[in-house]
Design a protein around this ligand. Structure first.
Ligand code: ARG
Ligand code: GLU
Length: 701
């Protein structure tokens, strides 16, 4: 689309928003079973299928082509023979496990050229949603208003267990969970069929699948080919079965047809997947804790650690490899929190919720909801020092690598694990351990602990160490000099349970752990329980206060529908981001000197020859696109579907300016990032030469 049309489009969208201030354009993660309530809106926005096409218990529907991949990602079926797509970062653990020095699939990619080369993955499962049902009446059967909360809990647990037993009685891979929605106002049962023979079929090299690395993570424009391919296997009756050579490819009830029709600004998009966790209905005090206390502190702590890691990683190639994955883990949430905090502040969410709360309180006056916000407010005041100590513990003491390892070995020796297990644990730990980083991080985070955690919330142990050594640095010198875990050559002592138990690194973790589990966690859990309980009423109150508004339940790793449209955005004054990226952009970023941007030579050659195959639009190879779908962590790997129900992309990220959407959605900034399906096919076909996989798929224009 040319610039003028984009501006015209933006103006139209702007006008629309101005005309309908109450509209939450494209916000929402809807329950598939209730999608008939949204289908009118979806169709108005361009969707051409019916509610039954999305979710049905009577016939095959799109839900049968979507799976929970592992326990935190989404995947989709794309062939009649059980071929499945997800993200590269979702299959990362499996790809890594199959890698060795001789064949490094992370570095070089992996492509099974025949079924017999597909690699089994112990522990990996995929779950199909068989059905979901409102079971509030069954779960609360026997409940009376006078019941104490703990009796209610026990009742819910017992009723849930009985129901789960009943709905999974047929066996055959059936698995069920009962989930609370709207803070326990509603309960749903989710019945899944879980398959456990899931084999790795293909993965591009990381220089495609993780292109841009952490530099580009959470960012737009993006050029990451974040996909991997698996295949589900079943027994001869198509039922779930543990891995066996005799298993055969699973025949899905439904699989996606792939659209080659392209992705254009304004096009309807539908993301079908498993978002993990959001808190859209929390009060101002809860938002304030996130944006003014927790996010800034956690970001500052991680900035210190990342700076130290980076300093050593830049100096030494071996250290760079050792800390690549750790660094990525630390940086991922760090970057997300920055966008979240900025977004909340930019939107003024704390004050807008305060305004809302004023109106709510006026309405609630004299009703059963009177005083609820004041009560929540006081609870937050009581809880926040505990919430803070908890956040601080997890970002400081709990991140000291040597202490975590000491704790692991202590546990192994307590449980009388064999010498082999201890040796294996040590092998794994030292492979990726660089003491100068750990020691400097220790000094930094413990200094911050002393500066920011109020005296009466610190462990005695901390004060006594500070007294003994006079400074954090001397304490670190002593701990790292005298711990047997500081050096791999001491590994022969790790089976000596006394030496392990008395080691200063073990003592460090034990003392912090004791303090946390006796002084912080119990009070945190108690107050948090009371807060959650009040939210049950506040949630119901909000629904009664605004009866016209459609409330979608917070994400809880259950299947959801998020619909929106392809759209660019303006991150800053004077800047407008177009919604697509192309292979040209990869070539622009390509730099053999920079690890994150060093593409495979083969891609350079293909580019030079313009030998793209049929995976182009206007002579370009499309790579990624952004849209307004409301997604969250867990939506990684989700199918992105067009108005005809065909697959146009794979969701893998959000733009960081929009990561506050877990708390508040802003149609101007919140964008999900997807991989264009044509780049996936281009990679399989041109780069990997695995065209036999494409033969399995079905295409639509
Ligand atoms: N930001 C994405 C998510 O939250 C991708 C993370 C993996 N990629 C990375 N470069 N660390 O999961
Ligand atoms: N990358 C995220 C995931 O692994 C999805 C991005 C998000 O949080 O929206 O689930």
């Amino acid at each position: 689309m040319d610039k003028k049309r984009i501006i015209g489009f933006l103006a139209a969208a702007g006008l629309l928003l101005a005309a309908a201030p109450a509209s939450h354009a494209d916000e929402g993660m809807w329950l598939p079973a209730l999608i008939s309530q949204r289908i009118g809106d979806m169709q108005e926005k361009g969707f051409r299928l019916s509610a039954e096409d999305i979710y049905s218990v009577n016939q095959a529907s799109l839900k049968d082509a979507v799976v929970l991949f592992g326990r935190g990602c989404t995947g989709e079926l794309i062939s009649p023979e059980g071929l499945l797509l997800t993200n590269h970062h979702c299959g990362y653990g499996q790809i890594q496990k199959h890698s060795s020095v001789e064949h490094d699939y992370l570095k070089d990619g992996f492509w099974a050229m025949s079924r017999s080369e597909e690699l089994p993955n112990e522990g990996l499962t995929v779950s199909f949603l068989d059905r979901m049902e409102d079971v509030t009446d069954i779960i609360l059967k026997g409940y009376v208003d006078s019941m104490s909360e703990s009796s209610r809990d026990s009742l819910v647990k017992a009723n849930s267990a009985a129901l789960i037993k009943e709905v999974t009685a047929a066996g055959n891979g059936l698995r069920a969970t009962v989930e609370s929605l709207y803070y326990g106002n509603t309960y749903y049962v989710f019945v899944y069929r879980e398959y456990s023979d899931v084999r790795l079929v293909g993965a591009p090299p990381s220089s495609i699948g993780k292109f841009g690395g952490d530099t580009d993570n959470w960012m737009w424009p993006r050029h990451t080919g974040d996909f991997s391919i698996f295949r589900i296997y079943a027994d001869k009756d198509n039922n779930p079965a543990p891995y066996s050579e005799d298993n055969i490819p699973y025949t899905p009830k439904k699989y996606f047809r792939i659209s080659l029709g392209g992705v254009h600004e304004g096009d309807f998009t539908f993301v079908y997947g498993f978002p993990g966790s959001t808190q859209e209905y929390i009060m101002s005090e809860g938002v304030k804790y996130v944006s003014e206390i927790s996010d800034p502190h956690k970001i500052a702590l991680r900035t210190r650690r990342l700076d130290i890691q980076r300093k050593y990683m830049e100096k030494d190639q071996a250290v760079r490899i050792q800390y690549a994955s750790k660094n990525a883990g630390v940086a991922n949430a760090w970057k997300k929190w920055q966008g979240e905090m900025k977004g909340i502040n930019r939107l003024g969410t704390v004050s807008s919720r305060k305004e809302y709360e004023k109106r709510f309180a006026a309405w609630a006056d004299g009703s059963r909801y009177e005083g609820i916000l004041d009560a929540l407010d006081s609870l937050y005041a009581l809880a926040s020092p505990y919430m803070f100590a908890r956040d601080y513990f997890s970002e400081t003491a709990a991140t000291v690598e040597i202490a975590r390892f000491a704790q692991e070995i202590a546990k192994l020796s307590r449980t009388h694990a064999g010498d082999d297990d201890i040796a294996a644990a040590a092998e794994k730990f030292y492979k990726d351990y660089y003491l100068p980083i750990d020691k400097e991080c220790f000094s930094e985070v413990m200094t911050a602990f002393g500066e920011n955690v109020p005296e009466d919330f610190r462990p005695e142990y901390f004060s006594s160490m500070m007294q003994k050594y006079g400074s954090v640095d001397s304490w670190a010198d002593s701990l790292f000099a005298s711990s047997i875990f500081a050096d791999k050559s001491n590994a022969w002592m790790f089976t000596d349970s006394t030496a392990v138990a008395d080691d200063p690194a073990t003592v460090f973790m034990r003392e912090f752990g004791k303090w946390y589990s006796s002084r912080i966690y119990p009070e945190y859990a108690r107050l948090n329980g009371e807060i959650t309980l009040l939210y049950r009423d506040y949630m119901r109150g909000q629904m009664e206060f605004e009866p016209e508004k459609a409330f979608y339940p917070d994400a809880n790793l259950t299947l959801r529908v998020a619909y929106g449209h392809v759209a660019g955005y303006s991150p800053n004054d004077g800047v407008y981001y177009e919604p697509y990226s192309t292979l040209d952009g990869i070539i622009e970023k390509d730099n053999p000197e920079i690890y994150d941007y060093n593409i495979p030579q083969r891609l350079r050659d293909i580019y030079a020859e313009k030998d793209y195959g049929r995976w182009t639009e206007g002579g370009q190879v499309p790579v990624c696109f952004i849209a307004t779908n409301h997604t969250s962590g867990g939506n990684s790997g989700s199918p992105v579907i067009n108005s005809d129900g065909n697959l146009i992309g794979i969701n893998f990220d959000r733009v960081w300016e929009g990561t506050m959407s877990d708390i508040v959605f802003d149609p101007d900034y919140c964008r999900n990032i997807s991989l264009d399906i044509r780049y996936v096919l281009f990679t399989i076909d041109r780069l990997a030469g695995a065209g036999h996989l494409i033969e399995e798929m079905e295409f639509a224009l």
